[in-house]
Design a protein around this ligand. Structure first.
Ligand code: NAD
Length: 277
């Protein structure tokens, strides 16, 4: 018996990285999954986003757990696309019990040099996209008087970061949004919580801008990234954390184990906030 037996989970940004880990861990615990991601590039993002092959691999891994997966090419900035994914998911599986609002981007620039496009892409996806995703599932969850929403924030939802004010603003913003969603949906039996990941090894961090940040100069390498990861986390031996660390926490929050937990945010950061908080 899995912790999510018979549930259906909708996961945004589900093609790779933490999204794939959420899909596979949810499936291992007995859930069918509905995945959405974009394949279009985003102007201000200079690392590649997910591909159709990434999504096909996530679907394959879910099906290998004997669970069903539906996948959609959809953008969390687009309410009608989100609404269509929710309608198609309900038509296929009969219900949606869980939303994991995970889709996000990460870019860097000093705030006074940041282009408006960079600011808007970030806040549209990492903040407004979460609101739109929750908006798409809320009426269904209210009608069923049950549901769980997990929002992926960041340790940057609790502290600043070097040259990414837009990301910090969005990740702080989703914690406030989480608290309001939790308050507004509590009378309907629907819970909402968020997670603050530390440094997680995914395609978002395994790219040149992150290698440079951890090296402290341009021309950083993968080894600089891993070396920097050791200083980031307090717990012994913890460099970059696996995406499954975040997915395990979401399984808990989405399960009956957390039936009395709503409106909270949980750092999963191997003690990073002890060093900086
Ligand atoms: P990732 O880049 O591998 O995954 C993000 C996914 O979101 C990608 O598949 C991407 O294509 C998708 N996406 C981006 N814009 C989208 C849009 N408009 N519509 C739909 N999908 C979109 O990185 P990840 O580390 O797995 O990131 C997952 C979440 O975790 C993000 O919200 C990120 O900000 C957050 N986070 C990551 C770290 C880290 O160290 N990797 C730390 C803290 C928080």
């Amino acid at each position: 018996m899995g912790l999510l037996n018979g549930k259906t989970a909708l996961i945004t940004g589900g093609a790779r990285g933490q999204g794939r880990a959420h899909a596979v861990r949810s499936a291992q615990e007995g859930a069918d999954v509905i995945l959405l991601d974009i394949t279009e590039p985003i102007g201000s993002v200079d690392y590649p986003l997910a591909t159709a092959e990434d999504m096909a691999e996530t679907v394959r891994q879910v099906e290998a757990c004997d669970r069903r997966a539906l996948s959609f090419d959809a953008d969390v900035r687009n309410q009608s696309q989100l609404d269509a994914v929710v309608a198609a998911g309900i038509a296929e599986f009969g219900k949606i019990d869980i939303l994991i609002a995970n889709a996000g981007i990460w870019t860097r620039a000093p705030f006074w040099e940041m282009s408006e496009e960079t600011w808007i892409d970030m806040t549209d996806i990492n903040l407004t996209g979460v609101w739109k995703s929750a908006k798409a599932v809320a009426p269904h969850m209210i009608e069923r008087q049950t549901g769980s929403i997990v929002i992926t924030s960041s340790v940057n939802g609790l502290e600043p970061g070097p040259a990414y004010a837009h990301y910090v603003a969005a990740k702080h913003g989703v914690i406030g949004l989480m608290k309001n969603i939790a308050l507004e949906l509590a009378p309907f039996g629907v819970r909402c919580n968020s997670i603050n990941p530390g440094a997680i090894l995914t395609p978002m961090t395994n790219q040149q801008a992150a290698w440079d940040m951890f090296a402290g100069h341009e021309g950083g390498t993968y080894d600089d990234l891993l070396a920097g990861g050791y200083g980031f986390h307090a717990l012994k031996g913890k460099t970059f954390l696996p995406p499954e660390a975040i997915a395990d926490t979401a399984v808990y929050l989405n399960s009956a184990l957390a039936e009395n937990v709503t409106g909270v945010t949980i750092p999963v950061d191997a003690g990073h906030m002890l060093l900086t908080g």
